[in-house]
Design a protein around this ligand. Structure first.
Ligand SMILES: [Zn+2]
Length: 544
């Protein structure tokens, strides 16, 4: 039997009722780890492996009390996607392989353990937690978290876990959770996993969210105090269908997970908050996608939906291409055939392939068989090959407009042409208006304009992570030093890669910025997860 392993210390392997067997661990290959080969016998039913993880296992982040919201107790969380599960469990670490599991976790008795499984919502006085995951999942969805946690119900079969100091804020922010689940089910069929809970992690969590089955792991940076960033929860919830239920067979097919999920997320948001709101999210995303394609170059093979990650860490496939180009491909099909026909197709797709994996070629065959049905005009209109196996954005990419964001765009133009910041009508604005406004200002504003904006809108100390991220990029480009202490504090506190990447990249553009970036990174790096440091090390050319 051959398993994946990376940085594990294997103490011994036995078969069935304890008969020792021989095993070997091959030399490690960078980011892949080591092939772990176990001799088994005909009829072997059980393989017992005794092992320990390494202190710097890439999936595990062990937090000091000072890195938590409460500041008193340590915290542990895992992040297994893409191929990091092998750093804490020896297993077959490919998304195309699924399994069920049972686990027993023993932790200090003042802490609570949670897994991507059936979870209890109360603390166990003996510190022993038994878990069962009866539905088959892929290895990248293996998850564990241990910390000072409390639970708050948000309705039938759903709720939120967070540190005590965060539980009220989190429960308020996610008040629409039940509505999201109901809306998702109305769109694409019953939720297949029993409970759906959200766990709010400490700020070093490298992602926005991770769709661990039954319990989404989420960054606290979406707790904005105004419910403006909850689309992320809709996204992770949508993964309960696209990804967790029908799973990309390989990481080259990642767009099948993420493209469907972004599409589905937007539909949930539209259903609950209306089309004008969803259009704002979609237009912001289209802007991000175009920037990504510009940066990669519109002939780059990495802008194809179907990726070729041979010899590379699959984490390199995580870009707007899978998420947003994937979504706009699906949106373009919806527009070609109408929502009703498209929704019927998607419903069938999820129910036909539930608990199975899907690759790009098979999906396109299914699309042909169930939807195109030999209609050559429709096939041409959908233009799947250009989307999946071609670069950039095909000509039939949907045109997105947003009445709401137009207001923010106009305000940015007015300000650039000399209107004072005070005169702009921003009273009804959401986070998304502000993001669009900031993105539509010149890359480098003079210090007078920066000072005026800051004095009027208090961007430097906004407290909203999305706005801060946009603003600090302007501050760096304009050398607006007033914002630097707050920016440093943000970088020391938050470990979400989506924010770290643009800020450190902007810093790295000039020698003095790079120097500043490195000085901050030196202090911040020990608090970041390996997923984030891998990306930022490359941006800052960090040498260990
Ligand atoms: Zn996702």
């Amino acid at each position: 039997m051959i398993l994946d392993s990376r940085d594990l210390s294997i103490k011994g392997v036995s078969l069935d009722n304890g008969i020792a067997t021989s095993f070997s661990i091959a030399d490690p290959i960078e980011f892949m780890g080591s092939k772990f080969t176990i001799q088994i016998q005909p009829g072997t039913q059980k393989v017992n492996i005794t092992y320990a993880t390494s202190p710097d296992a890439a999936a595990l982040q062990w937090l000091d009390p000072s890195q938590t919201a409460g500041g008193k107790k340590p915290f542990l969380f895992t992040q297994s996607q893409a191929i990091l599960a092998r750093t804490w469990i020896p297993l077959q670490d490919s998304p195309g392989i699924k399994f069920t599991y049972n686990a027993t976790i023993k932790c200090p008795n003042d802490l609570m353990a949670l897994m991507s499984a059936e979870n209890d919502t109360t603390i166990h006085a003996d510190g022993i937690y038994k878990f069962k995951m009866p539905q088959p999942i892929s290895s990248y969805l293996m998850a564990l978290s241990v910390g000072d946690l409390q639970f708050r119900s948000l309705g039938d079969n759903c709720g939120v876990f967070a540190e005590p100091s965060m539980i009220d804020k989190s429960a308020w922010e996610f008040a629409d959770l039940k509505k999201m689940i109901t809306s998702a089910e109305e769109l694409y069929g019953p939720y297949a996993w029993g409970r759906y809970d959200v766990l709010v992690l400490p700020p070093s969590f490298p992602f926005g969210g991770m769709e661990n089955p039954r319990i989404t792991f989420a960054t606290p940076t979406i707790i904005a105090g105004d419910r403006s960033l909850v689309a992320l929860v809709a996204h992770e919830l949508a993964h309960s269908w696209s990804g967790n239920l029908v799973t990309n067979a390989t990481w080259n097919d990642f767009w099948l997970n993420e493209g469907f999920t972004v599409y589905f997320e937007t539909r949930i948001m539209e259903k609950i908050y209306g089309k004008a709101y969803a259009d704002m999210l979609t237009l912001l995303s289209l802007g991000e996608l175009k920037e990504t394609i510009d940066a990669m170059g519109d002939t780059s093979k990495d802008t194809h939906l179907y990726l070729d990650l041979a010899g590379r860490d699959p984490d390199e496939g995580v870009s707007d291409i899978a998420y947003e180009k994937g979504r706009f491909f699906l949106t373009s099909i919806e527009m070609a055939i109408g929502r009703e026909r498209w929704d019927a197709f998607v419903n069938n797709y999820f129910s036909t392939y539930a608990f199975q994996s899907m690759d790009t070629k098979s999906f396109l065959e299914y699309l042909e068989k169930e939807l195109i049905k030999g209609d050559s005009k429709l096939r041409e209109q959908i233009n799947a090959n250009a989307w999946v196996y071609g670069p950039g954005l095909p000509a039939n990419c949907p045109v997105i407009t947003s009445v709401e964001l137009e207001k923010a765009g106009k305000a940015a133009a007015d300000f650039k042409s000399g209107n004072p910041a005070k005169s702009l009508n921003t009273s009804e604005w959401t986070t998304h208006h502000w993001m669009y406004f900031l993105r539509n200002l010149n890359d480098s504003l003079d210090l007078k304009k920066m000072t005026e904006l800051d004095a009027t809108f208090n961007f430097t100390n906004s407290g909203n992570s999305e706005i801060q991220c946009e603003w600090y990029q302007h501050a760096i480009a304009s050398n607006y030093e007033v914002a630097f202490p707050a920016m440093e504090k943000f970088l020391l506190h938050v470990g979400r890669r989506k924010f770290l990447k643009p800020i450190y990249s902007e810093l790295a553009k000039t020698p003095s910025g790079l120097e500043r970036g490195r000085a901050i990174y030196k202090k911040a790096r020990p608090g970041y997860h390996a997923v984030a440091t891998q990306t930022i090390d490359a941006i800052l050319k960090w040498e260990l």
